[in-house]
Each structure stands twice: as C-alpha cells, then as structure tokens.
Unconditional design. Structure first.
Length: 360
C-alpha cells in the first residue's frame, strides 16, 4: 500500500479491475471531465443528469457526445450508461439503482452559482439538499463503498480568515447556495454516523478550463476580452482568489474515489491566489488583445484575498495541483478560440449575472 509523509507525495496504488461509478451531474462541466477520466482508465460510468437550462443545454449535450465517442472507442458497450432525470425523483432513481447497482458514487449534480441562489433559493434546496439526501439514502440501502460529493469553497463565505483550512468554523454561510453545501456536509456526517457510509466532501475552489461554465469569471473574462467587450474591475485589482484548473480537480476527485475515508471534508484548490490585475493581464497575453476595463468600486463584503489550504488533501489523498494559472488560462484560451473564435459564438449565453469574481 502507499505511504504518506509530509515530504513525499502519497502514491495511490495502481488501479486494478474496474469500478462502476455513478456520476451525478455527469453532463456538467466537472462531472463530464471526471466521467472522461474514469472511462479512459477502464471504469464503467453511469451518468444521471436532468440537463437543466441553468446555462445553454447544448454545452451539456456536447459534453455527453464527447463521452459517447470515448466509450465507443473503448469497444465496451457497457462502459457508459446515460440516464436523463432528476436525482430527487424517487421512483426513477430507485429503478436506476436496481438496474445498475453502482458501488461508487461521485455526486456532482447540484444547482451551482452563488448570486442566482439569492434570487431563487428553492431550486437550490431541492437539487442540493433534497437530492443529496436522496442519494445518500440510496447509497446506504445499496451498500455503496464510497460516496464522494462536491461541496464548495463558498462554505467559507462568512469566515474572517483568508487562508482557509478545513478546521475553520463554517457555520456562517452567506448565500443559500453556500448554506445548501454546508447542509450536504452535515448530512454526510449523519449518514456516516448512522450507517458507516464512507463519505468525502470536496470543497472546490473556482474551477476553470476547456468546456468550462459560461457563467463563471474565467470563461467570461476570456470571452469579453476576445470579443472586445468591457470588463468590470472591482476595486484596485489587488483582490485575489484561488482558481483551480479542471485537470487538477479531476485528479483530486479520482484520488478521493479511490481512497475511501469514513468521513472527511477536503479543500481542493490550487493553494495560491491570483489577483484580479494578474488575471486580466494573463488573459490579455493569451488572447493577444487588451482588455477594455471599466473601474468599479469595491463590492460590499468582498474580501481582499482568499486561498485554499490544501495540506490535508496532500496528506490524505496525495493531491497537489500541478497546473499554473498562466498555463491553465493558455489552454483555456486555446480551447475557446477553437470553439468560438474571436467573435464569440451562439453557445455563449446572454449574461445573467454581474461580471465579478464570484465563487461557484
Ligand atoms: P454544472 O452546472 O456544469 O454541472 C452540474 C450538473 O448537474 C448539470 O449538468 C445539471 O444539469 C445537473 N443537475 C443539477 N441538478 C440536478 C438534479 N436535481 N438532478 C440531476 N441532475 C442535476 O456545474 P459544475 O461546475 O460542473 O459543478 C459540479 C459540482 O461542483 C456542483 O455540485 C457545484 O456546486 C460544485 N462546485 C463547482 C465549482 C466550480 O468552480 N465549477 C466550485 C465549487 C463547487
């Protein structure tokens, strides 16, 4: 077995045999990337996704098409199953579990987005809290070996500190979205306590990369600079956030799937921050165009610097983000230019949120 020490990286034993993993939200940004890596290493993947229109559904359809192509290259027709439906639908989900009997769950389905959750809290309570409870109930009833789910850095929203460790008290969530993720963590503890379910909650810090969500700052910044549209810079540009490249997040998720713990919460971030000013200049460099910046006053409640302490994920999972922000943006811009070109494209949703550096 692998060993852990503070100086050497934990080595996860080579993957043997295949796992059957239920990936909820598998048509979404992070879920489809996890599914892709699971298929690539020979696991069997069952996807459930309701294909909601929080952002353009064609992006999710394209994600699923990529997976179908990959599975057909594997020449194993059983390696990918796709179900369209709501994880809260009890009959549908029971039927899915009876048919598929997944032993691992990677639960990525949720209504994401901090600001929209203030406008419409009920949909967040439905998908995030009710949906997660329902899955945990099924996980316990069907003897699932490991339940890994997406929490979020937004649970740190009400915290005074800026370098977030899992030890931090996160009892003051400042949006319905953050409260729903905190609720999932509490329920996870309860299901572990009652039924010994192995469950790990992963607090992602703003994830970006190719096929990234169009409602999030990295996509929007690239899109606006490429299209010569105005970009809002709040404050003096020195505020800084932790951004994580999609491949690093997927690596952390796979490590967590492969290494069940009775109950754990992990930060998955890059472990260092990027200031808004740096962010914009890196985007300008890779797009090859200057940003048109509109200076805006600091937003009330904005914190100057937030960053993930990823030492626990390093110690217990061997997780360490490898992709620098500069390299991650370069890859994302390459993808964007291929997909949309400089004039933007029909897949890009009209903006529904302020153009800030919100968490997801
Ligand atoms: P996403 O919106 O691209 O993917 C979520 C998917 O879940 C969507 O395809 C959606 O249709 C599906 N879904 C939502 N509710 C559902 C339901 N009730 N039943 C079935 N399917 C449902 O979002 P993402 O960025 O891939 O995020 C994945 C997870 O990570 C989410 O739980 C999100 O809250 C969390 N997260 C993401 C980030 C980030 O930066 N992207 C940061 C922190 C946490």
């Amino acid at each position: 077995d692998s060993t852990s020490s503070s100086s050497s990286r934990l080595v996860i034993p080579p993957h043997t045999g295949f796992k059957k993993v239920l990936v909820t939200g598998g048509a979404g940004f992070i879920g489809s990337n996890v599914a892709e890596q699971l298929l690539a290493r020979g696991d069997h993947v069952v996807i459930v996704d309701e294909m909601n229109d929080y952002y353009d559904v064609r992006i999710k359809e394209a994600n699923l098409s990529r997976l179908v192509r990959l599975a057909s290259n594997n020449h194993d027709p059983d390696s990918l199953k796709i179900y369209r439906g709501d994880i809260c639908d009890e009959g549908f989900m029971l039927d899915l579990f009876e048919r598929e009997r997944p032993e691992w769950i990677c639960h990525m389905a949720a209504r994401a987005g901090v600001r929209p959750s203030i406008q419409d809290p009920y949909v967040y309570i439905h998908s995030n809290i009710r949906g997660t409870t329902h899955l945990m109930e099924l996980a316990h009833r069907f003897g699932v070996k490991n339940f890994v789910f997406a929490s979020s850095s937004s649970v740190y929203g009400g915290c005074k500190s800026t370098f977030f460790s899992e030890e931090e008290n996160v009892d003051n969530p400042v949006s319905p979205y953050a409260a729903s993720k905190k609720a999932c963590e509490l329920l996870a503890y309860t299901y572990h306590h009652l039924y010994n379910l192995n469950v790990s909650g992963l607090r992602f810090f703003t994830v970006y990369g190719p096929n990234g969500r169009p409602d999030m700052a990295p996509f929007k910044f690239i899109d606006r600079v490429a299209r010569g549209m105005e970009l809002q810079q709040f404050g003096d540009g020195s505020s800084s956030r932790d951004y994580t490249y999609i491949a690093d997040i997927v690596d952390g998720i796979l490590r967590s799937i492969d290494r069940p713990y009775p109950y754990q919460v992990f930060n998955l971030g890059k472990g260092s921050g990027t200031s808004l000013k740096e962010f914009i200049s890196i985007v300008e460099k890779h797009v090859g165009q200057s940003a048109i910046i509109k200076l805006m006053p600091d937003q009330p409640g904005d914190v100057p610097y937030t960053c993930a302490d990823v030492s626990k994920a390093y110690e217990l999972l061997g997780y360490k983000a490898e992709v620098t922000f500069d390299e991650g943006i370069r890859r994302t811009v390459d993808w964007y230019m291929n997909e949309y070109g400089k004039s933007g494209g029909s897949k890009v949703e009209p903006e529904t949120q302020a153009n800030g550096m919100g968490r997801a």
